[in-house]
Design a protein. Structure first.
Length: 265
């Protein structure tokens, strides 16, 4: 069963599906591509809850009701779970206390800002895991500081955090630096699940089937199944996902490589 663990199809909540019509088209597209379960993960930023969590709760409830109605009306063979993609912020304790953001009662899809990552990251992750919650790091390959220094991700994986990659990252729709880190993470066996992170029908469309095919062609069906079926399935059920220690130290360049780089530039 193919599961999309990360997308923005919940209508009128974030920068994803802007209305019911777009949401319906996105849902249909997911079904066409063979997705049987969608975990809807709207962005949750500090600004969304600065005046309390009531507004967010109402928006989510309304969006969820709409999606369930659309699925029912159009007899779409897909299940949905509503969670959130939580941007790391000071108010995280309040979010965890007042909102239903966890997947499978245990996993938190946690996103960091694209241009800066907190210095005390290990401490932050430790504080979250201490509460019995496992953070899933959303699309690390897109975060600039990690593109420059991938070894900074190593400790997070070694603390047991699964890394969720966006399908567009390895298909090359999100830029060369992102694609480069995506390939590096595959090479080092540091990818635990992939998601569409689809926002709309154009620039950020759903590429789940092409993603599955790409993974099968390059690494075999078993690996494609692990990243799009098995591991997301375990997460949905709140079961542990195998996260092995990794080495993310970039390879040292030999004098020959350095010389070649020099010639190329
Ligand atoms: Fe996202």
């Amino acid at each position: 069963m193919m599961i999309d663990i990360h997308n923005h199809m919940l209508p009128a909540v974030d920068d994803g599906a802007k209305n019911n019509e777009v949401a319906l088209s996105m849902l249909k597209e997911a079904v066409n591509q063979g997705v049987e379960h969608l975990v809807l993960t709207p962005h949750l930023y500090e600004a969304d809850i600065i005046k309390g969590t009531g507004d967010w709760k109402r928006k989510i409830e309304e969006g969820k009701r709409t999606v369930l109605e659309l699925i029912d009306e159009h007899s779409l063979p897909v299940k949905v779970t509503v969670a959130a993609e939580v941007r790391y912020q000071e108010m995280l304790p309040i979010i965890l206390e007042e909102l239903e953001v966890l997947i499978g009662g245990k996993y938190l899809l946690l996103e960091f800002a694209f241009h800066s990552v907190p210095n005390n990251l290990e401490r932050i992750i430790y504080e979250i895991t201490r509460q019995g919650i496992t953070p899933i790091i959303a699309h690390p390959e897109r975060i600039k500081p990690w593109q420059r220094e991938p070894q900074k991700l190593e400790e997070l994986v070694n603390m047991g955090c699964p890394l969720q990659m966006d399908i567009g990252s390895f298909l090359g729709t999100l830029g060369p630096n992102t694609e480069k880190l995506a390939n590096f993470l595959f090479d080092r066996d540091a990818v635990h699940l992939v998601g569409s992170d689809s926002h709309n029908l154009e620039s950020r469309a759903l590429y789940t089937k092409p993603g599955y095919d790409w993974l099968s062609d390059r690494y075999g069906v078993e690996y494609a199944d692990l990243l799009l079926k098995t591991n997301p399935g375990k997460i949905l059920n709140g079961e542990p996902v195998e996260v092995y220690p990794v080495n993310l130290e970039p390879a040292r360049l030999t004098w020959k490589d350095k010389l070649l780089n020099l010639i190329k530039t």
